[in-house]
Every structure is written in structure tokens, then in C-alpha cells.
Design a protein around this ligand. Sequence first.
Ligand code: FAD
Length: 476
Amino acid sequence: MAVVGSGPAGFYTAHRVMTKLPNAYVDMYEALPVPFGLVRHGVAPDHPEVKNCQEKFENIASSPRFRFIGNVSVGLSTPVKEQGVVKLRSLMHHYDSVLLAYGASEDKRLEIPGESTLNGIYSARRFVGWYNGLPECSNLDPALVNAREAVIIGQGNVALDVARILLEDIDVLKNTDITEHALAILSRSRVKRVHVVGRRGPMQAAFTIKEVRELMNLPSVAFHPVDRSLIPMNLNLLPRASKRLMEVILKGSEALMGRARKSWSLDNCLAPSRFLGSIQSPNDVASTEFNVMKLTDTFSPSSKTIATSQTLQLPSEVVFRSVGYKSVALPEFTAMGIQFDESRGIVNNDGLGRATRVLPTDQQTSTHRQVPGVYCAGWVKRGPTGVIASTMQDAFTTAEAIIQDWISGAEFLKSKEGTAAQGWEGVRQDEGSHTKHSVSWDQWLQIDRAERHRGMELGKQRAKFTSARDMLSVIR
Ligand code: FAD
């Protein structure tokens, strides 16, 4: 089996397939020289315990039936210099099955005036990538040094991660594996006030209690009380989880507003309509204009919104857009008969992880046919939501579909030809020099050791490399 992507979805699916099919061999292709996807480049640096799943992944990778092929992107037509690239066609030719587990590499946009033209507006995905050492984001350098206020648009856990990184004491961040370039800028950041803005109210927000509580517990960071009319008076009528979350929001922070170093707020019922520059500095964002929204059913988690005639401007010199990640189709999908649902940003699948397609002749009956041997898992299967635990469950579901199909003798990619799959050897022969910079698991371990060593010198667990070139330079 070829696995495209080395995040949790790829590893957990590989693990289950290798466990239940003792003759299964897995080759895992990863576009970056380093594994683990968003566990490395998404999960916040001050949440090291979340990254413990890496130990499990290391264990999976130690199997003689597993091969890591890092720094090789599948299907991308414009590879980064010194990055390998192989065609999806080649994978589909040389393996029995291909698992698409390549996550969500883009982000959703607001599509409002000023978004693409003004400086100082960043996607949360790029900001997170910047502080976590994702090579493509290493030059972001967000304009925090002259900013006093920050607006974050979106109220999910990623938005709260961004808020926490902006508000947290720099001495706490210093001990984490946050990148050195992020530390340098964050230590000079003058951001004192963070607005976390949602289109709906606290009862509808996507964040979870743990993340809100962490923000409330930051020393010397005050919370501006939330609009009380958006939370039911009698919390006892709410389901337990919602009740606890509302209690945390209502209790607020121990830090007192006047004495706090920094502060933050949940700004609700605001839908962004445009970004504005200032007269002195027309190319830099100076404020965001919002339509004030009204909830159709204030306390219902599924409440919709209606725009009122009011607008509101929040001044801020930096804005973070945190309205979701987005998966994209690989360029060869159409040619290989794989369908991608653009509106949901997922590979069309049967819900169990089997890639499916509707042929033109099937359109009236909406018959979905399985694409033999092609499967998907993780964010590219179900959309960019869910934590590592739910991604694991979802990966196990896909693995069961693969195992079931294999045992039942269903059609696989190679089974028609009756020859053994050649895997990486076959792909290498097809793609020649395009694979010459590939990184093996042992070579990743060299990068890992070098990062830990650099970290030790700085008194922390790891100092990440932030460019592919630097990662490759320590491989012997
Ligand atoms: P990913 O983890 O994104 O892995 C996909 C991999 O595929 C990447 O390594 C990518 O480089 C690779 N790839 C992409 N394209 C190609 C290609 N063409 N060829 C080869 N390889 C390719 N969950 C928690 O449980 N706790 C948290 O604290 C937490 N924090 C998070 C913070 C942020 C900012 C984000 C965005 C997510 C967070 N999550 C957290 C969620 C968790 O990270 C995801 O559920 C999980 O990583 C999704 O796994 P995946 O394998 O589908 O995708």
C-alpha cells in the first residue's frame, strides 16, 4: 500500500492494516523531509503532551514492513527545489492500493474587500505554520512589533491557539519547540489586546472548554466580560458540556482588568464585511468592518444569523483569518478517475474511506462506484475538522474497509494484472531523478537528533529547522 501523507491519518491507517494483514507492506510518501503532519506543524508548541502520539508513530515506523519516503510530494506539478515529486499515476501502477491521507494544505478565505490587498492580514494556517516551523511559512514575519490590537476572525480552537500565542508570557514560550524566528518577533510584539470575533454567540462557538480555560488562566491576562444576553440565565437547563463551558466564560479570568498586562475578549454576532487601511498608511490594515448580526435562536447551538442594518469597526493593525483549513484535489485526480468534492474539500468516498465516483451515465440514478484500490482517511476524507483522536477513529474505519476488501478478494489496483506490486522500486524506476532527494526514516532520525541537539544548546527539547534545505543539510 502507498500512503500519501505522514500525519495521524496515514500512520493510524497503516498501523491497523499492517496489524491485521501480516503480509502487508506500506510505503509512506511525505512531501516534507520530516513526518507527522499537523502534529508537528499545527499542534501548539505549549501543548507538548498532545504530541505524544509521535511515539506511537515511531513505533509503527520501526516495522520492517514500513518504509518512509520523505521529501517526495505526490502529484504536485510545481515541486519546490530539492524536493522529489512522483506522479499519482506511478503510485497507482506500482501498488495494490493507494491511501490518500494528505490533509488540508490550504485555508478558506473570507472573500471580502481588502483581504488580498492590505498588509497585516494573515491566515491562521500560515501564522501557525510560521511559529511551528513549516518551511513554506518561514518568511511570514507578521507585523506584531508595531501592533497594539489584534483581531482574530473565527472562534474555533485554532483561533484560540493563535490568541494564546499572542498573549502568553514569552518566558513560557521560550521553553517550548516554537521556532526561534517566532520567538524573536513575539518577544518584541506590542500586542496588548486581542479580539476573538465570531459570527454567532458563545452558545454556537466551535471552541472547547480546555482551550478557553487555558486562556482564562494565563497570568496577567484579563478577559473582557462577554455579552450576558447571549448566554441563558439558567445554566442548569443546558447539557453538561455546554453548561461547564458557559460557566468558564461567565466566570472569566482571575486577572484584574486594570492591572493586567494584556487582555482579550470574545466579540460576538459580527460578520466581517471589509478591511480598511488608514489615511496615513493606506496599504496596511487599520480596522475591520463588521455587519452586526442577530441570532434567530439565541441559545440554540444551531442558531442561524440575520444581518441587522448596523455595522461596527474594530481597529487593529493585525488581523488573523481563522475560518478553516481546506483540502485541494491533486492535479491528476480527473485523469485517474478520482472525484473530488470541491464544495466540501474532500475526496468523494463512501463514508468508510473507499474512494467513489459517479459516472456520467450514473448521474440520474446517482450510483456511486468504488474506485478500485483507492482509499482516503483523515481531513481529506471527512473535511478539516476533528482532533487526533477522531482522526485515529476515522483512520481505523478506512483501514477496516481496506482489510475487508482485501480479504473478500475485491478488485485492487494490481489484481487485474496478476503481477506482484513493485512499490517504491517501480516508482523510482519510472520517476528517475525526481526521487533523488528522498529522505528515509533513518535520515529523518538524523534530522530529529540534530534538532534535539540544537534544542539542548538553547535549553529546550527541540529547535526545529525551518527550511527543507537546513533539514537536508544534516543528513549524512
Ligand atoms: P495532516 O496532519 O495535515 O497530515 C497530512 C500530511 O500530508 C502532511 O504531513 C503533509 O505535509 C502531507 N502532504 C500533503 N500533500 C502531500 C502530497 N501531495 N504528497 C505527499 N505528502 C503530502 N488535534 C488534537 O488532538 N490536539 C490539538 O491540540 C490539536 N491542535 C491543532 C492545531 C492546529 C492549528 C490544527 C490545524 C489542528 C490541530 N489538531 C489538534 C488537529 C489534528 O492536527 C488533526 O486532526 C490531524 O493532524 C489530521 O490528520 P491528517 O493526517 O488528516 O492530516
